[in-house]
Structure formats: structure tokens, C-alpha cells
Design a protein around this ligand. Structure first.
Ligand code: PMP
Length: 361
């Protein structure tokens, strides 16, 4: 049963993702078009037990956040979330939800849930998702789709621990279990990717690591992603991250951190990193920081890695200077305390990073 609560306002007690705001957005696609969305009470949903989403994984989602700024509540880079969601939808044969309606629905939801949007350092996590609801067994596209947006307070139960400091976690590198293969859906936010990644995550936990760091599916050699986050490391002062070659999700946090690093004159290098190079770099001390990034934790510092029976420590296990700097810079932008600068060659204008929820436009 979905848990909806007015006790949500007791922010200190709310664990992420367990309780939801009393309002959600719902829209449906049928007869070849999207029909207007509605703001409705959050409740269980009715689905045919033969819905395609339940049998063949026709489900896509996004994860994004709204923040309180001096200018009122804002959405962080919603245009990029829209773009990625549209790409995910198209890959599964679903008609994307229109951009204008997507933005309007998110703003309406944030405005209605304003009392559940904590102030700094908390935020409101928004989960737009879409499922094929045609009631017909047989693999194929769905001519009926359900689109919903849920909202839940974020960064609340552990507010005191989130004082401008990235958290740390450990990573286990699976020599053979993979998340995504070339030609597959690794670059999309398709539910099946997460189901496929579970085996490695369970194995990581069995081995007493927090999460799995995935290697490529062909050579089992190249670093791809850390669970549901992108991977970065600091190698001789250069911020390195694997290039987006189709098996890695193009993270919006990754994109934002690379931008902010360039603003801070940190050299950025998007080239492949092999697992041997990573391990050697940690042993020799050339690699000084290992980071993961994503909408949820923003920046997470990896303190220790496990690979083929060996443990590799990252520095002294505490967040390094580049992780701290990027974490703080991103937080300042998200809370409206710092305006990002435009960088020539970047497709998205920084003016679109923060979109105010109070204007309907
Ligand atoms: N990789 C994967 C597999 C993810 O699921 C996510 C999102 N949680 C990310 C990377 C980070 O993406 P973003 O910064 O857009 O949240």
C-alpha cells in the first residue's frame, strides 16, 4: 500500500522514498494521443493484470529535484530530464509526453506540495514515470500509456549529516556481472536496466560493500557506472569520467559537475578508464579521489573498492578536495546562491538550469 502522510511535514522523521505527498499528477495516452493531465490525490492505481508494463517491462522513469531558493521553489534542469525521458519513451515505442505539459505538470505539483518541500539542505524529489497499460499479452508496443509524477521529501531524515559534505560509500567491482551491453538500453532510464543490475548489487552487499561498480559487457575491463550513479575519479589532478558511448546513462549531475569543474579551471577528461588502471592508480597514489554522482546524493565519495579478492583504499577514506568543491558548487547553484556561467560549445544555456515553479510559463 502506498503510504501518504501529513506527518511528512515532520521532516526529520521521513526516510526517502517511503512516504509520498498527498498529490500526484496523472495523464493517459489512448486513441493515439495524450489527454490532459490532472492533479489528483495520491492513491493506489488500477491496472489490468494483463498490462504490458507488468509483463514486458514497458516502464521508464526520471528522478529529479525541486529546491527552495530566495526566488521561490525551482526545478533543476527539467529540460534535460524531459529530453532523457522522451528518449527512453521512444526507445520503448511510447509517445513522449509533450514538453510544455511536462513542465507545467511538474510546476503545478511542486506548487501544490510546497508545504512538503523542506528548506536547505532538503529538497523535493520528483519521480515522473510512464507505463504501457494496454491489456494484451504478447511482446509489442502499448497503445495505452499511463504517466504519473510522484513527489516525496528528500534529504530529510539525515538533514544534520548533510551539512555541505558529500557522503562516502564502498564499491565492489564484479568481474562478470554486467548492467548494460552495446546496442541495449544502458543509456536510457528504462526500468529493466535496474532489474538487470540487481544481481550485482545483491552480490556486492553479500561481500559487504555498499554497491556495485559495473564494467563493460564485452571486455569486462572498462569502468562504466556505480550502481545508479555516474563514475568519476581524480587522476593527477584531472577529473576523469568514462565517455557516453551508449551503455552509460547520460547523468544530468555528471553534466552539471563537468560544467562546474571547467568553471573552476579543473581539467576534465572524458576517456575510458580501465579497471587495472584504476587499481594501479590507487596503489601508486596517482588517483586521489573516486566519486559517483547522481540526482539523489549529488556527489558520493567512494572510500574503498573491492576487485578480485583485493581491497583498494581511496586516500584516507574521507571526501577529497575536488569532491567537496564540486558538491558545494552544485549545492550553491541548486539553492540559487550561485549562477552557473555559459560555456561555449555546451548545448544547454545555463539560464535554463533553474526553472521557477511559481510562474506557469
Ligand atoms: N546512472 C544511472 C544508472 C542512474 O540511474 C542515474 C540516476 N539515478 C545516474 C547515472 C545519474 O543520473 P542523474 O545525474 O541524471 O540523476
Amino acid at each position: 500500500m502506498i503510504s501518504i502522510g501529513h506527518e511528512l511535514r515532520d521532516f526529520e522523521k521521513v526516510q526517502f522514498g517511503e512516504k509520498f505527498c498527498p498529490w500526484m499528477i496523472q495523464a493517459r495516452y489512448f486513441d493515439g494521443k495524450w489527454h490532459p493531465s490532472a492533479l489528483i490525490r495520491t492513491s493506489e492505481i488500477n491496472l489490468s493484470p494483463a498490462a504490458k508494463g507488468l509483463h514486458y517491462g514497458l516502464e521508464i522513469f526520471e528522478g529529479m529535484r525541486a529546491f527552495r531558493t530566495p526566488q521561490g521553489p525551482v526545478l533543476f534542469r527539467p529540460h534535460l530530464h524531459f529530453l532523457r525521458m522522451s528518449q527512453s519513451a521512444e526507445a520503448l515505442g511510447m509517445t513522449p509526453y509533450p514538453e510544455k505539459d511536462f513542465l507545467a505538470a511538474l510546476k503545478e505539483l511542486v506548487r501544490h506540495c510546497a508545504e512538503f518541500l523542506p528548506s536547505y539542505p532538503g529538497s523535493l524529489y520528483l519521480r515522473p514515470f510512464m507505463m504501457g497499460t494496454s491489456s494484451k499479452l504478447g511482446v509489442g508496443v502499448s497503445d495505452e500509456i499511463l504517466f504519473l509524477i510522484l513527489a516525496t521529501p528528500f534529504g530529510v531524515a539525515d538533514l544534520s549529516k548533510r551539512s555541505s559534505e558529500p557522503k562516502t560509500a564502498t564499491a565492489w567491482i564484479s568481474p562478470e556481472l554486467v548492467r548494460a551491453a552495446p546496442g541495449g538500453t544502458g543509456n536510457l532510464k528504462v526500468a529493466g536496466n535496474y532489474a538487470a543490475s540487481l544481481r550485482a548489487i545483491v552480490q556486492a552487499r553479500k561481500n559487504r560493500y555498499d554497491h556495485a561498480l559495473f564494467l563493460d559487457a564485452i571486455e569486462h575491463r572498462w569502468i562504466e557506472e556505480y550502481s545508479g550513479m555516474n563514475f568519476l575519479c581524480v587522476d593527477s589532478g584531472v577529473l576523469r569520467t568514462p565517455p557516453l558511448t551508449g551503455t552509460i546513462l547520460p547523468g544530468i549531475t555528471r553534466n552539471s559537475l563537468l560544467h562546474l569543474a571547467r568553471e573552476e579551471s579543473i581539467r576534465v577528461d572524458e576517456t575510458r578508464i580501465s579497471v587495472d588502471e584504476l587499481c594501479e592508480g590507487l596503489v601508486s597514489g596517482r588517483i586521489t579521489e573516486v566519486l559517483a554522482c547522481g540526482t539523489g546524493s549529488a556527489v558520493l565519495c567512494i572510500s574503498e573498492l573491492g576487485y578480485r579478492e583485493k581491497r583498494y583504499c581511496v586516500g584516507d577514506g574521507t571526501p577529497g578536495p575536488i569532491a567537496r568543491l564540486l558538491y558545494r558548487a552544485l549545492e550553491e547553484v541548486q539553492f540559487g546562491k550561485r549562477a552557473p556561467r555559459n560555456v561555449p560549445g555546451e548545448p544547454e544555456e545555463t539560464a535554463r538550469w533553474l526553472i521557477r515553479c511559481e510562474s506557469a510559463q
